[in-house]
Design a protein around this ligand. Structure first.
Ligand SMILES: [Zn+2]
Length: 169
């Protein structure tokens, strides 16, 4: 396996990825979702292939992110029919281009890292953002050279019936 992929298209972003370093920080002990057996984490492991739009599954694979092992996952719980969750992953590399901090939100007078809305129903949005620009938990890692710790930050919904369907399939 090549250790470095210089250009990976990932939705609106173009990324460079250090595959070996990325592999080393997947499912890191001590991350909030590591070994978590809460209801949402258990559901995620069973259902992520259905929750994530199909075209994205392959893109994640190219980046070397292990989708069954988020860095963190939290949400509205299982009380309602529609789950609303935030899921984060991390990789090591560079953002070459794409939606980034240059986007200005006039309403809030804020230079933001916007989410790209991939799907309206059920809602699915994602952004790629340098870890240092976020307040989310990250794996323990010291980036060297021009590589950075980067976060894939997703806010999304999925119907609770996915679990029902899964159990009946
Ligand atoms: Zn959990």
């Amino acid at each position: 396996m090549k250790k470095y992929r210089p250009t990976i298209p990932f939705l609106s972003w173009m990324l460079a990825v250090d595959l070996e370093e990325t592999r080393n920080i997947q499912n890191q002990e001590g991350s909030p979702a590591y070994g978590c057996d809460c209801d949402l984490c258990v559901e995620w492991k069973l259902l992520y292939k259905k929750i994530i739009p199909e075209k994205l599954l392959e893109a994640f694979c190219r980046v070397g992110i292990e989708l069954q092992s988020p860095t963190d996952l939290y949400g509205s719980g299982l009380g309602s029919d529609m789950r609303t969750v935030r899921v984060t992953f991390h990789f090591i590399g560079k953002i070459l281009s794409g939606l980034n901090g240059a986007t200005h939100d006039d309403k809030f007078d804020y230079d933001g890292f916007p989410y790209e809305i991939i799907r309206k129903e059920p809602y699915f949005s994602l952004r790629v953002i340098p870890q240092k620009e976020t307040f989310v938990s990250a794996p323990d890692y010291e980036a060297e050279g021009s590589s950075q710790v980067l976060c894939v930050d997703m806010r999304l919904c999925y119907p609770g019936k996915y679990l029902h369907d899964y159990r009946n399939s």
